[in-house]
Design a protein around this ligand. Structure first.
Ligand SMILES: NC(=O)c1ccc[n+]([C@@H]2O[C@H](COP(=O)([O-])OP(=O)(O)OC[C@H]3O[C@@H](n4cnc5c(N)ncnc54)[C@H](O)[C@@H]3O)[C@@H](O)[C@H]2O)c1
Length: 327
């Protein structure tokens, strides 16, 4: 059903976890969506349900190379998001964040198109301030294993701000905190997918450190709602704006919830913390509440229930899948 005037919207990384949900949403709003992806971590299965739709197009393309298309708006999501994936080829990760941003900003400049950047809470590094507000400049180790992602995303934010100042571009920068839901990669080593996969397979659930470290988890539908609202804010509001769930959960609580909801008999095993793994992470979403009139609505139990149902289906279809205990 069309709600609004149809725009041509480019979604980079549109076959990934968040990108595919964003494509769903934009198509449901009546837009004409061009999804581009190099399928590094994304998959055709995530967008297969749109195959043959008249206002959906897919293009295999790597955003580290220039792209010439005609669109009205750009959502730049392309970039592997989980440590296991972005550390596999760290040089490519930096290239995707930095060259990719330059290419997409260049495209936006030529087209005078509004452009959205999927930035990340990782720009705060291991924060000395808790919870993090947008004016906190972060505490990132530029030499560590996570730096290809953290510094790449920081540089992308700089590029977005400079294109705004220097070329007058309309930009929207979202700092995304942990998001989960159906279509997360089952082997991405992130905590929600790992715990669910381990629980469903009856394997021990791996907890790093003592399990007292916290994260905040936002369900994907809430996050996509925030993207669309941010894009619709007046041109003089570039962000950055924190998007995430301010409710904190310890890893131990999460593991217990997953065991409960899956009815699994999995035990817990403890391993040392990986390097540069932040101990605390929670967004201050005061700005998002004020400017987007947004806050997460879907609670952890409901969101985990939907995610567990997705992974259970995946395991029925592909029983050879395994859990990767790294997050
Ligand atoms: N999911 C989260 O919790 C989270 C948190 C913070 C930030 N983000 C950001 O949101 C965006 C989407 O994350 P996601 O969780 O959907 O990850 P994802 O890995 O599922 O999706 C990323 C997509 O980008 C594609 N891609 C990677 N490099 C590319 C390139 N050079 N050219 C074209 N396509 C490329 C991948 O194939 C994949 O489809 C990323 O930019 C990520 O940094 C996500």
């Amino acid at each position: 059903m069309r709600e609004i005037e149809r725009k041509r919207i480019l979604v980079t990384g549109g076959a990934g976890f968040l990108g595919s949900h964003l494509c769903d949403r934009l198509l449901a709003m009546g837009h004409d969506v061009l999804c581009i992806d190099n399928f590094y971590t994304g998959s055709k299965a995530n967008i297969a349900h749109h195959h043959g739709e008249p206002f959906f197009e897919v293009l295999r393309h790597d955003i580290t190379f220039p792209l010439y298309v005609e669109v009205d708006e750009i959502y730049n999501l392309a970039c592997p998001a989980s440590p296991i994936h972005y550390q596999f080829d760290p040089v490519q990760t930096t290239k995707t964040s930095v060259h990719g941003a330059i290419n997409m900003l260049g495209l936006a400049k030529r087209l005078k198109a509004k452009i959205f950047q999927a930035s990340t809470s990782e720009v705060y590094g291991d924060p000395a301030v808790h919870p993090q507000t947008e004016d906190y400049c972060g505490n990132v180790n530029p030499l560590g294993l996570r730096a290809c992602y953290d510094e790449g995303k920081r540089c992308a934010e700089t590029l977005f701000m400079d294109y705004r100042r220097q070329h007058g571009l309309t930009i929207k920068v979202a700092r995304i905190f942990n998001t989960y839901g159906p279509r997360m990669h089952p082997n991405d080593g992130r905590v929600v997918s790992s715990f669910i996969m381990q629980a469903l397979m009856g394997e021990p659930i791996t907890i790093y450190g003592d399990g007292g470290q916290t994260r905040s988890f936002c369900y994907v539908d809430d996050m996509i709602e925030a993207f669309v609202r941010l894009m619709a804010t007046p041109d003089d509001f570039p962000g950055p704006v924190n998007l995430g769930n301010p409710e904190e959960t310890t890893m131990l609580e999460l593991a217990e919830k997953v065991i409960d909801l899956t009815g699994s008999s999995s035990s817990l095993v403890f391993r040392p913390l990986p390097s540069d793994d932040p101990l605390k992470r929670r967004p201050d979403i005061t700005l998002a509440r004020a400017r987007l009139e947004w806050q997460p609505r879907i609670g952890l139990d409901e969101g985990l229930g939907r995610t567990i149902a997705y992974f259970a289906r995946l395991l029925t279809d592909k029983p050879h899948l395994s859990a990767v205990p790294l997050h």
